[in-house]
Design a protein around this ligand. Structure first.
Ligand code: AMP
Ligand code: MG
Length: 413
């Protein structure tokens, strides 16, 4: 069964307010095995809202509206749903009385406009609101069910949990949604798609999504089945061949970020790591230390931007810097070695490169980086050229450096 969410409120169409209710609702629906197939934000406009509700009823089994149930002129959800379903709005004196008493309890008089909140769509059930004045409504129509829920997140959550979930579980067929979350690095998104699409295109279920950002790729496989066991089996059937095609470019099957995977590899081996960074200025160290518990394997590092610090802190020979330059394989090698020796870490990563936009030359263009990995077996240095702006070059460099250490630890480099 599919669901559609309509978040109502002109403020949600500005930069100042985010529609968070739909995220909460999506999580809850997914737990029931219901997929959210469409969601939208509609401003406080009767014609547009009526149109959105009509469309939702024509195509989705579950329609959830959030917001627009307040007492003021711009709260139009009741009217819009009534118009879309061609039903009347009926005044409920008992709701109006209860509202009046609620106001009286806090020593206030209810204003006339609050009576708007006592109108209920013909045939709808009233969902009491113990946290606010706007009652919700539950309506079955055209083979679908709709819920009208208040906008304030704490009111919506309480109402959904207490009144909607029990109703939904009665008629939603029990379904299991399971996800496999693969993470890959070291290839462009287009190559990844060309490689694995022959496998995933054969399946409507699971749904496959590829996401790419910062040199990091994610493949999400989302299966929907009657039972957990079927979903797990289906995912294994599809993920197995995909994983085989990805080979050692696949670094996580459970969605862990690369720095976490590398951290786990270090921890398993009782190993530690130090960094010596030039053009990334501490970004690699920041990625390591973003993970709680990283002190178990990350000892620290050096930000050696100047030649003087490369020499003084890491012991890079002046002659190396003079002869080959700061951005060179030889300097990267000496930096990694120096960082390892001076920290006593099991291994060290060095980075030196030209992040740009200035400072490039014909034989050392912007984006040229050298990454060194030093361990007990020696030092390996990799040369790469990343394209793009300064930030992209720096981010891709840290990603590649982490991947090199992963490969080294797994015996692939
Ligand atoms: P309403 O029910 O439209 O009067 O909304 C009441 C309050 O709830 C306003 O402060 C809204 O900004 C907030 N609100 C409404 N819809 C949402 C939403 N989808 N996500 C988060 N907050 C919301
Ligand atoms: Mg509103």
């Amino acid at each position: 069964m599919d669901a559609e969410i309509i978040a109502v409120g002109s403020e949600l169409l500005t930069v100042g307010r985010l529609d968070t209710n739909s995220l909460y609702l999506t999580g809850e629906l997914n737990n029931l095995g219901v997929e959210v197939v469409t969601k939208c934000v509609v401003g406080d406009d009767l014609a547009r809202l009526t149109d959105a509700v009509r469309r939702a009823f024509s195509r989705s089994g579950i329609v959830i509206l959030s917001g627009g149930l307040g007492p003021t002129e711009d709260d139009l959800t009741r009217e819009a749903v009534a118009q879309a379903l061609d039903r009347k709005l009926i005044f409920h004196a008992d709701i109006s009385d209860a509202l009046e008493q609620r106001f009286a309890r806090s020593g206030r008089r209810m204003s006339e406009i609050n009576k708007r909140q006592a109108y209920v769509i013909e045939g709808a059930e009233v969902l009491p609101n113990d946290r606010g004045t706007a009652p919700g409504q539950w309506i079955a129509a055209h083979g679908a069910v709709a819920m009208l829920l208040p906008g304030p997140p704490h009111e919506l959550k309480a109402m959904f949990e207490q009144q909607c979930l029990p109703r939904l579980t009665q008629f939603v067929p029990r379904q299991a949604i399971r996800t496999v979350f693969l993470r890959i690095t070291g290839m462009p998104e287009s190559d990844l798609d060309a490689l694995i699409s022959p496998v995933y295109k054969k399946y409507q279920n699971p749904v496959t999504t590829i996401l790419a950002a910062n040199g990091d790729l994610q493949v999400h496989l989302r299966a929907r089945c009657d039972t957990d066991a079927e979903a797990i089996a289906l995912l294994a059937e599809v993920a197995g061949p995909i994983e085989a095609l990805l080979g050692d470019r696949l670094y996580s099957r459970i969605g862990d970020p690369l720095e976490v995977v590398v951290g786990n590899l270090l921890r398993e081996r009782g190993a530690t790591v130090a960094v010596a960074e030039s053009c990334t200025g501490g970004m690699l160290g920041a990625r390591f230390t973003a993970t709680p518990g990283s002190s178990e394997y990350f000892v620290g590092g050096f930000i050696t931007y100047s030649n003087a610090l490369k020499r003084d802190l890491l012991g890079v020979p002046a002659s190396t810097l003079e002869q080959f330059g700061a951005v060179s394989s030889q300097t990267a090698e000496a930096m990694a070695q120096g960082a390892r020796e001076r920290t006593g870490a099991t291994c060290a990563i060095s980075i030196t490169g030209i992040a740009g936009p200035d400072g490039g030359s014909e034989d050392k263009p912007v984006g040229l980086v050298y990454i060194g990995i030093a361990d007990a077996a020696g030092v390996v240095v990799t040369q790469r050229r990343f394209l793009g702006d300064r930030e992209r070059i720096r981010v891709f460099t840290t990603q590649h450096a982490l991947d090199l250490l992963r490969r080294r630890l797994q015996g692939l480099l």
